[in-house]
Design a protein around this ligand. Sequence first.
Ligand code: GS8
Length: 220
Amino acid sequence: MADEVILLDFWPSPYGIRARIALAEKGIHYEYKEENLQDKSHLLLKSNPVLKKIPVLIHNGKPVCESLVIVEYIDEVWNEKSPLMPQDPYQRAKARFWAELVDKKIYESGSRIWKKKGEAREEAKKEFLENLKLFEEELKEKSYFGGDALGIVDVFLLSFAGCWFYTYEKFGNFSIEDECPKIMSWVKRCMEKESVSKSLPEPQKIYEFVGVFKKANGME
Ligand code: GS8
């Protein structure tokens, strides 16, 4: 019997994007279900009763929650094609460390660029670039964080770099390429892969979404 795979998601979500890229890399056919986070579906509440958040991957009726857990699960279940985690335990530990660092370092400072103003925004930009440079150093001269092929750290960083960075640049009025050229050429390299380009929303759409979100939340 064919696998039944459902992804509960919300289109601009960097967390959902990770699951989308991982599924695309593996060539898994799945049903995408867009959630309204203001009015969560019964299926979402039933599948993730603890956190009530997307993304949730439902594989043959069994829910898997949290993007890191989901991407690792996808990699383990569909393990014949495009491994996303290294084989070696030490390299796996390192990959997990850097994947988790994306949320700690990039999401946090990046969001402050569009949420804050004035001095606080400048401070966020400075922190964001310092943090992104850590990733640039980790990339070294490799094609991908995973080495010669896309890996979990690539998937995690792309969920921001491939679509949200544009919004950071527009609100922050700066060029990430000027400061981190290697990261931006890595983004372009990754975007040549259909599994990546087809899983990411248009950067302009994210920018418009943030504009609407800020207005709705009195953040202008
Ligand atoms: C974060 C998921 C999340 O924040 C992960 O999957 O890695 N640590 C989790 N999901 C958000 C949407 S994206 O901003 C969400 O579902 N929010 C709904 C809510 O908080 O009510």
